[in-house]
Design a protein around this ligand. Sequence first.
Ligand code: AMP
Length: 213
Amino acid sequence: MKIILLGPPGAGKGTIAKVLTEYDGSVQISTGDILRAAVAAGTELGKQAAAAMSAGNLVTDELIMGIMEQRLQEDDCKKGYLLDGFPRTIPQAEALQVLLEKMGEKLDAVLELEIARDIIIDRLTTRRTCTQCGEIYNVKSKPPKVEGVCDVCGSNEVVQRDDETKEAINNRLEVYQAQTAPLSDFYKDTGLLVSVTSSDKETVMAALEPKIG
Ligand code: AMP
């Protein structure tokens, strides 16, 4: 399946993407993960993205399209992909349409997760991430067995992301409203939009069924 996951930070896009990858082997492509890996590795891309990311602002459309044009042509995308965190602006969505047309591909659906702001803030301020393998924890509902140590890879770098402080989160939500929320209407017009108010697996699969069934 070829799906865009739309929704504010903390809505559960990454979690749903993982569920959907198990469904048919489609690959999850998270632009946030790609950029965080580049920052951690100190690459030129990482250097260009770091300041905007830690403030909770978007990096430029040019930078993102450069990443995605390459990524979508890799072999593992042949089985399908779940775009997590991309597109984030109308120009990115338009550029994606052009790219897909060029590649002769069509999206199956745009899954929009609509989650209340207070739930999002609570989720994000309590979220912790392993900087080594990307595993996600939550200090309330899913703490690592040993504080600060990753259950999966054993690194002692389970930390709060610097864009998950209260200030950065508020900014990310404002940026979402201003720049990304308009994509909902953009995709409604294409007939691809499926909106759900819960990131629960059964609810999401039932809503997607007519598009991917
Ligand atoms: P995420 O993990 O998806 O919340 O992304 C983390 C950060 O990476 C965002 O706050 C942006 O700074 C940057 N980012 C990720 N995806 C995009 C995108 N499609 N367009 C612009 N910036 C992005």
